[in-house]
Design a binder for this molecule. Structure first.
Ligand code: FPP
Length: 235
């Protein structure tokens, strides 16, 4: 079935560790398999004509994981960018990042900036990777910026409404709010993801572990989404 109505899909990719444990493998293998799923799902979104895909790759809370695991995740991200950079560009995919990347390894920051710049004119799929991202931090960052703009007479507080506030969020002028948020692995939490943006999103929780997620499973969820009735608070 073709996709009607999903413009922006957001995903909390969860369950890499459990997937590995179930198979008696090290957690690193789960994250590796998770990064393979990322590639599949990017392609699936293109097939489904989804325009914006936001993936929660590393939260502000993930720094509390063991150092070796953080380093595995950083290596996988670097590998993903290195391997996919040219393909993304050929396939008209634009990479953007939500979050503060200044704490990431210097080399990874440079790779990210290079790919963001290379792909900036692309528009088939906007791939937004949330990296060192937290929803509360994003809102606070917006409030701080608004306070500075107020101090410098760049904003009239009486004109501050929801639409204007959104512009202060990461890529607030580019990204529409997600239509659908999926979390894999059976956890039923938002975990500080896109707190402002998901006010009216449809939420979908599946017990499938992220490394086992694929296009067919995404299509099933999309079908179910299309059967839901979105009323945005109306009747
Ligand atoms: C959750 O699994 C997953 C993460 C914290 C990171 C997601 C990262 C990837 C899929 C790999 C690299 C990303 C890209 C964009 C190439 P978990 O470790 O919390 O699993 P568990 O809850 O089962 O332990």
């Amino acid at each position: 079935m073709a996709n009607k109505g999903i413009n922006h899909l957001a995903i909390i990719m969860d369950g890499n560790g459990r997937w590995a444990r179930e198979k008696g493998l090290p957690r690193t293998k789960g994250h590796y398999q998770g990064s393979q799923t990322v590639k599949k799902i990017v392609k699936a979104c293109i097939n489904l004509r989804i325009k914006y895909l936001t993936l929660y790759a590393f939260s502000t809370e993930n720094w509390s994981r063991p150092r070796t695991e953080i380093s595995t995740l950083m290596k996988l991200l670097a590998e993903f960018i290195r391997q996919e950079r040219d393909d993304m560009n050929k396939n008209n995919i634009r990479l953007i990042i939500s979050g503060d990347i200044s704490r990431l390894p210097r080399r990874l920051q440079e790779q990210i900036q290079d790919t963001v710049k290379l792909t900036q004119k692309n528009n088939k799929l906007i791939l937004n990777i949330a990296l060192n991202y937290g929803g509360r931090q994003e809102i606070l960052r917006a409030v701080r910026q608004i306070a500075l703009d107020y101090r410098d007479n760049r904003i009239n507080i009486r004109h501050l409404n929801e639409k204007h506030f959104k512009k202060y969020l990461y890529h607030g002028s580019l990204l529409p709010d997600p239509d659908l948020l999926i979390r894999t692995s059976g956890e039923v939490r938002i975990s500080n993801f896109l707190l402002w943006q998901i006010a009216y999103s449809e939420l979908f929780f599946t017990s499938i572990l992220w490394p086992d997620f694929n296009e067919a499973k995404l299509r099933k969820i999309v079908d179910e989404y299309q059967a839901r009735d979105r009323r945005f608070g109306g009747l």
